[in-house]
Design a protein around this ligand. Sequence first.
Ligand code: PMP
Length: 360
Amino acid sequence: MTRAYNFCAGPAALPAEVLEQARDEMLDWQGRGLSVMEMSHRGEAFMGIAEQAEKDLRELMNIPDDYAVLFLQGGASSQFSALPLNLAGPNDPVDYVNTGVWSRKAIAEAARMADVKEVASSEADGYAHVPDPSQWQTRDNARYLHITPNETIGGLAYNRFPEAGNVPLVADWSSAILSEPVDVSRFGMIYAGAQKNIGPAGLTLVIVRRDLIGNAREGTPVMMDYAVADKADSMYNTPPTYAWYLAGLVFQWLKRQGGLEAMAERNRRKASKLYSFIDESAFYANPVNPENRSLMNVPFTLADDSLNAAFLEGAEARGLLNLKGHRSVGGMRASIYNAMPEEGVDALIDYMAGFEKEKG
Ligand code: PMP
């Protein structure tokens, strides 16, 4: 069996070691005679798996004790709704920064539920940069300030975070969580869909400071109430048990790699190789301001769009999968999350160089 290099933005590549362990434990988890998929979520075996996963995540991200860690469902998109329901009343001010497609979706959903203000935007330059925080038109009475540290489609990333004063900073970290260390205490809440750097789709992570929860507005669906989830240890209903277990295996894998410092170093090396190659080439281009380039999602275009199909076909034939850019922007995109080995990036660059030589 050969594993291809999968550059999909999500669901994304998982570490081979994790999949091998899951395979080995698939039918009989640690001599219990059943799969994790078949276990009661309230049984002692699964409770152990769940607790260990949370413990490992807390350790990896250095999450302070006054933060709840919730293992939810519904994707990051559900959090676009749950966030205003939990942290704001119907007429309360909530501030958002618009840096791309995912910010816009978060803004559109919140606008149905609260008084949204777009406090900064880089839409005018096609989302090529992150607006300078000193220019943001934030409100001191906002219930929170929402940012998207890594825009998965545009390949745009923050390289520093604003001082939000007493306003809780909330981050949709779906596509860069666990890719580098972060000071969680600077944030009121961090959330992420699992299917990029955490595990399989179906699990959604919410890390939220406990003093911010418990005041969900009237009418909030019980499944969206963070305080209910926290009180029930994310088991108010049946949680996505298998995805939770796999996320736990990923957390252990990350610890074996040396934790988030080591991942950050590797991710910086991978991304910098690819961007350098693109910048040095007259055939490939990336539109993002170098200071705000994502380490996780690298969009690029070919000098001639009519070569896109041939580029993708040749890539696939070499086991370089899912390089097609998002339909809203076209071109190519290489997502190089934690599980993408450095050799995968080398193989991509090698292919790109050969393609340019032949067709450029
Ligand atoms: N936010 C970001 C930054 C994303 O990349 C995505 C998914 N690509 C989402 C939100 C939506 O996530 P989900 O599909 O888990 O709802």
